[in-house]
Design a protein around this ligand. Structure first.
Ligand code: MTE
Ligand code: HPA
Ligand code: MOS
Length: 758
């Protein structure tokens, strides 16, 4: 089955915000944003900008009639800065003009004066100064204090991972059109139409029913448009509402890179204790999350770090403490994995550190401590259908680890400067939003008189293939050709109160809602067919490949005719449904419960070659066995896994975000920020499906796939370290990612870097 957007995409026919034909008279907005990271605004003079030719309006916080507030979890972020600024890139004014360049040039005429203050950029410094977004979070299982005495070895250290730019191909953007009766229709590149609707209504002091939000598709989101598409939509809405004309804004790439949030950087402390026979008895970790200047989604991201602090391992005594630290950088936000990868990097660092000190292979520790059904996670959930060991063993059936080890050792003993290395990486990822209320979705299924079907759900298509999966759901339930099924835009008037398409649960939640709506319609149609075909009440009626089958015998009624007749018999051919994930619960005071409907598991093996003269490296091979459940579409799922793995490897290796001491982003273009290209993909790339697996908790036995495989990328970091240690086993290398070429080189030839501690 072809992924139905692809031919359109490659032909350049798919529409994104900037491709939509706008009404005549549409105005263009540009943002005037803070050039400094922290300070009080003592003067703001917009008069020269207002007087520019072609400028219609310059809007500041004073022009907001409702709440100047966009914070979701914590109400701590203004749409337009009023008295002070907290990061470089914080929006202060919106210039609206006949065209974008006029608006942008007029923005340069805005005069501003600040009383500058010293910014905080480091999360540990923020924590020391009491700059926390929320109180510290503590997750505890067993008692670590009592366990240290029983350990044969205890290892402590620091692990740090960096930010990551989403680099969705389509930058942030929105168009707002005034509608009759002082309402607005907003077209937004957002993962969360309802967040756009709610925040805009609040900013404009309007009821939500005055705001309609419509989304066709996104040119990628990766979490960057879960929360942070909202302000741009709210800004064009504010302008359109004030001026009463359509207003459009699409961020230029460099501006998008400068002012939008990225993956959270973390600095963390770990302490791990093991017995001689490599059982992990105790683990403590303190996570210093760099949240940036406002909460955004940071508390939820931190919660996922905490729930993923022990990755795929059972550890009987755990204490994890998380600090969400307020700094003067653009608020960091959701990014594929949502804090999980950051937590998992720390436990992997601890295990590799312990293995080095014990003189054993890290994979021995990893395998020995894998989760089994019945084990308890630090947050109280019990492992069910635990496939960690199954995936690991399946990988070992395909590749003999001792042979890989030998092949690499043989190579390294012959090769002076090119050294190969490898690492294994098991993953375990919890599926569900950690905030229970978000685990709901809706669907509206319309069958038209001609037998064609139109489906609206809460899901946003952003390249992950959710629309195709939803088409498969209708195809399967009605047993009709998939060409009959169309997915409509995601629209707040057709499916209200939507959760963002995020947490990898888009297909799970909306697929289920679609299934429920389709079943309602199917039952109605079968009841009607019984009457129409004058069947006995206990006859068995089915639709199979568009034919109506009565007691295993094909009738002369087909789908098209059935629908035609149903319409003339006044049968309701439209059904709505709502799905809410059952059973999940979580007590945020005790940090215990069952937050996840289920978990996704898998194991990866990554091999690399490092040039120990130059510090460069290549990813030679990635082999993965992943539990996809019963995949709805293998092509899409494999594509998701491969894309996520490359994104994860790149986060751990080549993608490095740097700020200067004034909090200004230095890596704000593709000339200074390296992203994976086609030549970065592993030379050997083998993603295998764990076969004969079922998932009772999701649609047709499938499993969420959007985020989990990203975390195999962590293996690349340790594979590179492994290669470096083959060159010189005495090198002390900080557990600090990304492992850029520069860091490899300085690890090889320079003394140990200093890492800041408390
Ligand atoms: N794949 C593509 N091509 N583009 C994207 O923006 N986002 C990822 C993942 N895969 C993304 C993607 C993220 S962060 C999530 S949470 C999931 O898709 C969301 O979609 P799903 O819930 O339908 O899997
Ligand atoms: N994942 C993604 N987005 C979210 C989550 C989550 O667990 N919780 C709240 N928003
Ligand atoms: Mo994905 S980070 O949950 O949008």
């Amino acid at each position: 089955m072809k992924y139905y957007d692809t031919s359109q995409h490659v032909a350049g026919k798919s529409q994104f915000i900037d491709d939509i034909t706008v009404p005549e008279g549409t105005l263009y907005a540009a943002i005037y944003y803070s050039p400094i990271a922290k300070g009080k605004i003592i003067k703001l003079d917009i008069s020269d900008a207002v007087n520019c030719n072609g400028v219609c309006a310059v809007l500041t916080s004073k022009d907001i009639d409702g709440a100047n507030q966009i914070g979701g979890i914590v109400q701590d972020e203004e749409l337009l800065a009023s008295n002070e600024v907290d990061f470089v890139g914080q929006p202060i004014a919106i210039v609206v003009a006949d065209d974008y360049l006029t608006a942008k040039n007029a923005a340069k005429k805005i005069e501003i004066q600040f009383k500058e203050e010293t910014p905080i950029l480091d999360p540990r410094e923020a924590q020391r100064k009491g700059e926390l977004i929320i109180p510290p979070m503590v997750f505890e299982l067993g008692k670590t204090e009592n366990a240290w005495g029983e350990c044969d070895i205890i290892v402590e250290g620091i692990a740090e991972s960096g930010a990551q730019e989403h680099l969705y191909l389509e930058t942030q953007g929105a168009i707002a059109n005034p509608t009759e009766g002082r309402g607005l229709k907003i077209i937004s590149s957002t993962q969360s139409p309802t967040a756009v609707q709610r925040v805009t209504a609040n900013v404009l002091n309007l009821p939500m029913h005055k705001i309609e939000v419509d989304v066709m598709r996104l040119g990628g989101g990766f979490g960057g448009k879960e929360d942070q598409a909202t302000p741009y939509a709210a800004m064009v809405a504010l302008a359109a509402h004030k001026i009463n004309k359509p207003v459009k804004m699409v961020l230029p790439r460099q501006e998008d890179m400068r002012i939008t949030g990225k993956r959270h950087p973390y600095s963390s402390d770990y302490k791990i204790g093991l017995t001689k026979d490599l059982k992990i008895l105790a683990y403590e970790a303190s996570f210093y999350q760099n949240a940036g200047a406002a909460a955004d989604l940071s508390p939820a991201v931190l919660q996922r770090t905490m729930t993923h602090a022990t990755n795929s391992y059972f550890i009987p005594n755990v204490k994890a403490t998380g600090y969400s630290c307020r700094t003067n950088l653009p608020p960091f936000t959701a990014f594929r994995g949502f804090g999980g990868p950051q937590g998992m990097f720390v436990i992997e660092s601890a295990i590799h550190d312990a293995a080095k000190k014990l003189g054993v292979d890290p994979f021995e520790i990893q395998k020995k401590n894998l989760l089994k059904s019945g084990d308890e996670f630090p947050y109280g959930q019990i492992v069910e259908h635990g496939n960690a060991l199954k995936c690991w063993n399946n990988l070992e059936e395909n590749v003999e680890i001792s042979e890989v080890n030998k092949r690499i050792n043989d190579f390294n003993s012959e090769s002076k400067f090119i050294k190969k290395g490898f690492a294994l990486i098991p993953i375990c990822f919890g599926i569900s939003f950690t905030s229970k209320f978000m685990n709901q979705a809706g669907a509206l299924v319309n069958i038209y008189q001609d037998g064609s079907i139109g489906i609206s759900t809460a899901a946003i298509e952003m390249g992950q293939g959710v629309n195709t999966k939803i088409r498969h759901v209708a195809e399967k339930i009605f047993s009709v050709d998939i060409s009959r099924v169309k997915i409509e835009t995601t629209n707040t008037t057709r499916v209200p109160n939507t959760s963002p398409t995020a947490a990898s649960s888009g297909a799970d939640l909306n697929g289920k809602a679609t299934e429920l709506a389709c079943v309602k319609l199917l039952n109605r149609l079968i009841d009607f067919a019984k009457i129409e075909l004058s069947c006995d009440n206990d006859s068995k009626i089915e639709i199979v490949k568009e034919k109506i089958i009565v007691d295993e015998v094909e009738s002369d009624l087909d789908w098209k005719e059935l629908i035609h007749r149903a319409y003339f018999n006044r049968i309701n051919l439209s059904a709505q449904s709502h799905f809410a994930t059952p059973e999940i619960h979580f007590d945020t005071k005790k940090n215990k419960g069952k937050p996840f409907a289920y978990h996704s598991y898998g194991t990866g093996l990554i091999e690399v070659s490092v040039d120990c003269l130059r510090g460069t490296y290549e990813i030679d091979s990635v082999k993965v066995v992943h539990d996809f459940g019963k995949s709805i579409n293998r092509v899409i799922d494999k594509g998701q896994a491969e894309g996520a793995i490359i994104q994860g490897i790149a986060w751990m290796t080549i993608e490095e975000i740097l700020y200067d001491e004034q909090g200004k982003l230095m890596t704000d273009a593709l000339s200074t920020y390296k992203i994976p290209g086609i030549h970065f993909t592993p030379k050997e790339f083998d993603v295998k499906f764990l076969e004969n697996t079922e998932n009772p908790f999701s649609v047709f036995g499938s499993k969420a796939i959007g985020e989990p495989p990203l975390m195999y990328g962590i293996g690349a970091y340790f594979a590179i370290r492994n290669a470096i240690h083959s060159f010189n086993s005495n090198l002390e290398i900080d557990y600090k990612a990304p492992m850029t070429n520069e860091r490899v080189f300085t690890s090889l030839y320079k003394p140990k870097e200093k890492v800041k501690t408390n």
